[in-house]
Design a protein around this ligand. Structure first.
Ligand code: FMN
Length: 345
């Protein structure tokens, strides 16, 4: 395993060797994938919305404990903006705490209602959001860390039109709590760039879609391996529900319908339903047949391999990039500050 590259507030908060978080993945964030990432020294989040029942979710947390050999792993709380879709959120938190989970990632809407129960149960919360304004609000509400994503994010990056690096740089001028950035990050050099900027880690997703532990049809992984950084397009921006997805026939059909004036989710029928994606694409292997969350970071996926190999490759690339960068810096004409306790008197 690559030696740790940095130790900072994020690695301490999550008890990890590498400053890499695999964010929640609807339908895919299950114990096999999460445990593989955790065993490789990074952090992953089980995504409760992926399970058909609370019992199935609880059972997967127990399985994850067995697979990680009791190393910490997390739970993602994606809170929907659609009324009636959040009834299980309190139970997701209770069950996670009962099962010994202490690390949470939230996304979707304000974390106001969930911070209290998480902190009362001894947990920590990273809130993931798409704008600096939301990040500052989350800090004020008392979250422990922020994940700020740019428009490159696979999934739902919000309507902001700023890249992860612009968002991140602006946020770092104003935030006090630790920040990770996400969106478009698919190689180790980008991780070093994020750290050099002052972020204390990255949140990733698309790069891991080809991991052997991701429970989708092999045909989808092969398709992603064959794609480059132009693999994604953005849909549903006209409904204020921007979604970055794999460029395929279904996504183009949705774009055509938007261009023709469709302005409510209902008008797209089952084209945009995750149940369709699960059946046709994830299980059936019809890679044109449904919407798949994916960002340009998917273009870095060049082989179907285990999640631990992906983490390992990322960290090897990061070490190489860091050495190159340090080697290129000119320290010669700069005075070196004396270290405490080494004064010559
Ligand atoms: C297939 C897929 C499903 C996702 N599902 C969720 C989700 O349910 N909840 C969530 O908070 N983020 C979700 N995300 C976003 C990721 O957690 C992460 O923030 C994002 O992938 C980072 O950007 P990147 O894809 O450019 O690496 C998903 C991403 C992908 C690719």
């Amino acid at each position: 395993m690559s030696p740790p590259l940095v130790r900072n507030r994020i690695t301490a908060l999550f008890g990890i060797d590498h400053p890499v978080l695999l964010g929640g993945m609807h339908h895919l964030g299950r114990s096999g994938l999460v445990a593989a990432v955790v065993r490789a020294g990074a952090m992953g989040f089980i995504t409760p919305r992926s399970f058909d029942s609370l019992d199935e979710y609880r059972e997967d947390l127990r399985r994850c404990h067995r697979l990680t050999h009791e190393r910490p792993f997390g739970v993602n709380l994606t809170i929907s903006r659609r009324p009636g879709f959040n009834a299980d959120v309190p139970a997701w938190i209770d069950i996670a705490l009962e099962e010994g989970v202490r690390h949470f990632e939230s996304a979707g809407t304000s974390p106001e209602e969930i911070i209290g129960p998480i902190h009362a149960g001894g947990g920590i919360l990273l809130h993931k959001c798409p704008s600096v304004r939301h990040a500052l609000t989350a800090e004020r509400l008392g979250v422990d860390a922020v994940g700020l994503v740019g428009l490159e994010e696979g999934g739902h990056p919000g309507s902001n039109q700023l890249s992860a690096f612009v968002n991140g740089a602006v946020a770092l001028q104003r935030l006090r709590i630790p920040l990770v950035i996400g969106g478009g990050i698919g190689c180790g050099a980008q991780i070093v760039a994020a750290l050099a900027m002052g972020a204390e880690g990255v949140v990733m997703g698309s790069r891991f879609m080809v991991a052997t532990e991701v429970e989708v049809h092999e045909a989808l992984k092969q398709r992603i391996v064959s794609l480059d950084e132009h693999c994604s397009i953005s849909i549903l921006g006209t409904l204020n529900d921007t979604w970055r997805v794999m460029a395929n026939e279904t996504a183009r059909e949705v774009q055509r319908m938007e261009a023709a004036g469709a302005r409510s989710h209902r008008e797209f029928g089952d084209l945009i339903l995750s149940s369709r994606t699960r059946e046709r694409v994830y299980r059936g292997g019809d890679v044109e047949g449904g919407i798949v969350s994916l960002g340009p970071a998917g273009g870095f996926a060049d082989a179907i391999e285990s999640a631990s190999t992906i983490v390992e490759r990322l960290m090897e690339e990061a070490h190489e990039a860091a050495s190159r960068f340090m080697g290129s810096m000119d320290f010669a004409d700069r005075p070196v500050a004396p270290m405490a306790g080494t004064g010559t008197g």
